[in-house]
Ligand binder design. Structure first.
Ligand SMILES: [Zn+2]
Length: 181
């Protein structure tokens, strides 16, 4: 019947599918953490930030880059791949921190059902990108007269050139990058 066919069921699955990543919120939260706990310093030191938040971290042999879980004492624990390059570990820790800061995970172990996994990953990556390469500082750094090479940007923030590229493109600063020929 047409009446029943027209009925829309808005269960959690449907909401998850429809939810768009909250990029501005993710970047705003990262900016706030950098300015307060990170004291607006560059390169961003993650250890004092996660210590202030009371989140232990542990390097381990993992199949994946990192994971955020709750330990036996009911505390968050961020684990990251110990064999990964330091710049990748930094991004991973910032990414996992995002899942906590953006409340994708809760201490009782339940996962947020309102945003799809894909949206949560996009938010976590945006958060990590902003936390490690704060827009405000990146714009100032690249505004200087001489164009910078991508590797100089990556070195300043202790990130990979891939992560630096994402921040540069997000902030529409590609014209400030010197392309070596
Ligand atoms: Zn993730």
């Amino acid at each position: 019947m047409s009446s029943s066919r027209a009925k829309i069921v808005m269960n959690d699955d449907v909401i998850s599918t429809l939810a768009e990543p909250r990029i501005a919120l993710a970047r705003g939260k990262a900016k706030e953490i950098w300015e307060t706990l990170g004291e607006s310093k560059i390169p961003v030191r993650l250890q004092p930030i996660i210590t202030a938040l009371g989140i232990p971290t542990r390097a381990d042999h993992l199949e994946i880059d990192g994971v955020c879980q709750t330990d036996q004492r009911g505390q968050f624990l961020i684990m990251y791949q110990e064999d990964a390059p330091v710049v990748r570990q930094r991004f991973t820790v910032a990414h996992e921190l995002a899942h906590i800061a953006l409340e994708h995970v809760s201490l009782d172990g339940s996962a947020s059902s309102h945003w799809s996994h894909k949206a949560q990953e996009a938010e976590a990556n945006a958060f990590a990108n902003e936390l490690l390469m704060p827009t405000m500082d990146l714009k100032t750094f690249l505004k200087k007269k001489d164009d910078k090479r991508l590797i100089e940007v990556a070195r300043r923030y202790w990130v990979s050139t891939a992560a630096a590229s994402v921040a540069i493109l997000h902030n529409k600063l590609l014209n400030k990058i010197k392309i070596a020929v």
